[in-house]
Design a protein around this ligand. Sequence first.
Ligand code: UD1
Length: 420
Amino acid sequence: MDKLVIKGKTPLKGEVKISGAKNAAVAILPAALLIDGICTIDNLPNISDVKLLCEIIEELGAKITWTSNNSITIDSRNLCCTNAPLELTRKFRASYYLIGALLGRCHHVQVGMPGGCKLGARPIDQHIKGFEALGATVDVGQGKITANTDKLVGTSIYMDMVSVGATINIMLASVLAEGTTIIDNAAKEPHIVDVANFLNTMGADVRGAGTDVIKINGVSKLSGNISYSVVPDQIEAGTFMLAAVASRGDLIIKNCITKHLECISAKIIEMGAHAEEIDGDAIHVWCDSKTSKANIKTSPYPGFPTDLQSQMGVVLSISDGTSIINESIWESRFQYTDELNKMGAKITAQGKTAIFEGVDNLYGAPVYATDLRAGAALIIAGVCAEGTTEIYNLEHIDRGYENIEEKFKNIGANIERVSE
Ligand code: UD1
């Protein structure tokens, strides 16, 4: 079992380069199965969720070649199987994108019930509602999902709530459907736009991604031999912004889209830290004094992202005064607060609300990553804490952050991965 050992307390200083977006990559890889051809995908984050997805795609008959650490080609001309390996697909959430992609191309699919971080109930009723509206029959049972159709026909679908996954999945299923599909109350996250751009590069006709109405005019065929670069990761960039603030450091965060980071910049400036964009693709974040309290409510893009809630929780733990976070997306996303309390934080979490009474210092302790973003928060806490922090359950962190300890080491953190 590996653990991260961090000796604090260190102000993080220097430059960090952001990788491609995990949540875009895990949708673009299945989307590449929609064409009977070859795609080259660059700026792909080299993380365990991507490697797992590549393994599944190869089991379906497509051929994947890594041409560099962050580039692959997918040749899906020989796709021969639409029953995805159940055990592998159950290991993570984004395997559900295989449903939209394979239903769209092959009209049949079977995947294991998707797993992923335990953030509370994670129903997929909106995905199923979308597939059924397009003309598929969907069966859920015995730990798997099976969907079939003779043909998919475009229609209007109103989403009951804003769902990233359902919006993308319905886009995937509808690009090859007959006629026009309209997704109303769609999610607007940067990776929705990125997946739509990828689909359009393949010859799809997706309009309005990034607004709450997406219109997909079905096409009869997509074209092969395309190349695409994945959008930079908004959440990784936000993680380093909050690491700079929490550690009272000074970071230049490169290869990001500053427009995607405005909700985070606005909040940290309100708290007394500094953020300045550099040419739209880098951001300078620094903090030279104790930040002040803040109230945070997570919400779909362009609101404050739930995936940065726990990292912000570390900043609030050592800010002046009493802060409140209201988590409006997930039922159970405050498990990390027990771990931060082991390090001296004073957080009371109940239901979807947590109250942070700011303390002067955190102190190193053995702690457990309870999910992917909670793991990132504990790294930030370890960097800020006096003494030594040991972080366990690294498999959560490795799912979504590329070379995390290298990136932190390069900006001054005293962090090592140790095998026990
Ligand atoms: C995606 C992200 C995840 C992020 C979340 C919210 C990926 C792989 N994961 O997850 O990191 O935390 O967006 O930004 O991109 N819901 C339903 N029924 C559905 C679908 C969703 O009730 O069919 C609810 C969920 O329980 C949740 C809310 O809608 O309360 C938002 O979920 P959704 O946006 O779908 O999250 P994911 O796509 O699973």
